[in-house]
Design a protein around this ligand. Structure first.
Ligand code: 4NP
Length: 152
């Protein structure tokens, strides 16, 4: 079974939204998969996703209230097959944890799955307004559609 991990900084905005969106699309495609998300930082461990992320996802028909934040651990790098990071800072932080090429090869920028994307990194919406969450959803949905297609 394919194992997918989405990664951002706090694990309360982008990566839980990515987890929800990928789950939604992969179920629709009858794919066998396991998925989780985490943050490179641990400040929000144990918390639900940010209220704005939960609100936007619920309004989009993909509630993520059940998710809880956690920090990345070294065992994730062996356990998961696909490690999808949101921005270049996440990418560097995860690569710094990698011990071998097999682990490093699993790490991809989420938006590398959407080559037509206007930007290459999923922007951190934490310090901005509601519109940031709409942009994150739009970027993640397009990348997730291609990512799930690539698994089939
Ligand atoms: P995320 O957003 O990485 O998309 O979950 C953030 C959430 C919290 C913080 C930074 C980014 N923070 O500094 O607390």
């Amino acid at each position: 079974m394919t194992k997918i991990l989405t990664v951002c900084l706090g694990n309360i905005c982008r990566s839980p939204m990515a987890e929800g969106i990928i789950t939604h699309i992969a179920r629709r495609e009858n794919l066998e998969f396991e998925i989780d998300s985490c943050g490179t930082g641990g400040w929000h461990a144990g918390e639900k996703p940010d209220p704005r992320a939960r609100q936007y996802m619920k309004a989009s028909g993909i509630p993520i209230d059940h998710l809880r934040a956690r920090q990345i651990r070294e065992s994730d790098l062996d356990y998961f097959d696909h490690i999808l990071v949101m921005d270049n800072s996440n990418y560097q932080n995860v690569l710094n944890l990698c011990k071998n090429d097999a682990q490093r090869q699993k790490v991809k920028l989420m938006l590398s799955y959407w080559p037509e994307s206007p930007i290459q990194e999923v922007p951190d919406p934490y310090y901005g307004g509601e519109e940031g969450f709409a942009q994150v959803f739009y970027l993640l949905e397009n990348a997730a559609l291609n990512f799930v297609k690539s698994l089939k």
